[in-house]
Design a protein around this ligand. Structure first.
Ligand SMILES: C[S@@+](CC[C@H](N)C(=O)[O-])C[C@H]1O[C@@H](n2cnc3c(N)ncnc32)[C@H](O)[C@@H]1O
Length: 215
């Protein structure tokens, strides 16, 4: 983390500022009514929407991660991809969702000495808490941080400060739109509703943000 980034991290209001607005659109399958979706299912209270493995495969083909922790692992899609390519990877979540979870707990309150060993944090965070997840990952001194978010996360008055205080190293736009059905449901993965991107911070780099398009 650069000195400037560390200084800018002093933003304890970040999480509160991100408190879910009742009318906030859903993260992955979202439409403007937070309860009833066009797809017919209700918004998951913990934003458990499962991305396809290819999202992480595209990321892993571009960036080298050392020891990955996904603190919102759901059913483990991200750590599974990293394990399959031979990288150390752990997954945790606020509830038990995956039998290989290292522990179950809240990313915001887990003590530093209780986290799994990690150098890098890669996650598809609960959308309503995405900014707070990013700031928390900085607080925990992750070397690289990669978050999968909707493309419109990049634009917003609310997040202007985040991106200007903590400019990312990369933005990878996924040219294919992933389907993210609610976890644990029988909703088939088809017809993604949102464009998404990976946003990546690297504490060891201080170069201007670079954009790439991944196919
Ligand atoms: C978008 S889903 C992640 C999907 C995941 N990649 C998968 O393969 O299932 C977000 C996850 O964040 C978890 N979550 C929500 N709030 C959390 C918190 N405060 N700490 C840790 N995990 C949290 C939810 O339980 C949910 O599983």
């Amino acid at each position: 983390m650069t000195a400037r980034q560390a200084e800018m991290l002093a933003s304890p209001q970040a999480r509160a500022a991100q408190a879910p607005a009742a009318a906030d659109p859903s993260p992955a399958a979202g439409v403007s009514n937070p309860k009833q979706k066009a797809s017919g299912y209700e918004r998951d209270p913990l934003d458990w929407y499962v991305e396809p493995a290819w999202c992480t495969e595209l990321l892993a083909a571009e960036i080298d991660f050392k020891s990955v922790w996904d603190p919102a692992c759901g059913c483990g899609t991200i750590p599974k991809v990293f394990s399959e390519i031979g990288s150390a990877a752990h997954g945790t979540d606020i509830v038990v969702r995956w039998s290989w979870q290292t522990y179950t707990g809240d990313f915001f309150t887990v003590k530093k000495d209780r986290t799994p060993y990690f150098t890098d944090i890669v996650t598809n965070p609960p959308y309503r808490l995405a900014e707070a997840f990013i700031r928390r990952a900085f607080e925990l001194d992750a070397r690289k941080i990669a978050v999968l978010v909707r493309l419109d996360f990049l634009a917003s008055q609310k997040r202007y400060k985040l991106f200007t205080d903590l400019p990312p190293q990369y933005v990878f736009v996924l040219s294919r739109r992933p389907s993210m059905p609610p976890g644990g449901s029988n909703v088939p993965a088809k017809g993604g509703m949102h464009d998404v991107c990976w946003i990546i911070w690297d504490a060891l780099q201080d170069a201007p943000t670079e954009m790439r398009w991944l196919k």
